[in-house]
Design a protein around this ligand. Sequence first.
Ligand code: ATP
Length: 289
Amino acid sequence: MDSIREKAYAKLNISLDVTERRTDGFHDMCMVMQTVSICDELELRPTDTGRVQVKSNFSFIPGDERNLAAKAALGFFEAVGKQGQGLLITLQKSIPVGAGMAGGSADAAAVLRALNRLYGAPLTADALETLAARVGSDVPFCVRGGTALATGRGEKLETLPSLPACKFVVCKPDFSISTPELFRKLDQTGLRCHPDTAGILAALRDGELEPVARRMYNVFEEVDDRRLRTVREIKSVLLDCGALGAIMTGTGSAVFGVFRPDADCSAAVAALRAEHGFCREAVGVDRLL
Ligand code: ATP
């Protein structure tokens, strides 16, 4: 059987709210998510090794089933009765790791979309998203893509009107922030503010960029952590360079600004790239499935 290629697009949080701490220890979330053009490139080649293996240009990420791309492939083969099918996944990563851009989840989602295509669509879109939720909370959104409201642990999705045309500038400083650590700190300090999610949804329905950008808010930025000082510095640069709004995505550490589609973002990119490891321009990507 031939190999197949697929792109794994990163996500950004237009908003992130934590609405409740559940009795099972997980938190209920309410997030407006957006797929963006920064992406990893995957090649999937069925093999007769009987194993699912991952090779990547990032040597530090796992090559076995701890890699979400492999976990997704194993889940897919089980769901379609092909246990023991061998697969080599070659992963060319561009999405920074530990950035809050769902890099691992995007790779897993790309594997699910690609395998379903390769094997003649044995799973419906709904079945693919149900399988995705077993791989990870962000994976269903990454399978579907576009602009969506994600609730529950992030796996319950409602597709929203596309974000009006805009540019993003995304900067990832040279550190990552551990997700469990941020949740722990959030539980200790509690929350004073919440994003105006209803206002964002109304602005999306009206097709208005500025009211969306003005309302962008991530509750994790309130947490008491000295690394968030760098996040605030990056936001200031983005806003000084003309961003309509700027926030941290997910549990960080990447920060992004939203600019008008005709804005010249080169000053922001140059300033942030000189100071931090990763800074790229991106645009929104519509629904994938
Ligand atoms: P999220 O936004 O979902 O919190 P993140 O961007 O913060 O994700 P990832 O880049 O997905 O984080 O990676 C977090 C961890 O997951 C890394 O420590 C890495 O070892 C592991 N991992 C598993 N599979 C992958 C993958 N395909 N790509 C990158 N990291 C992966």
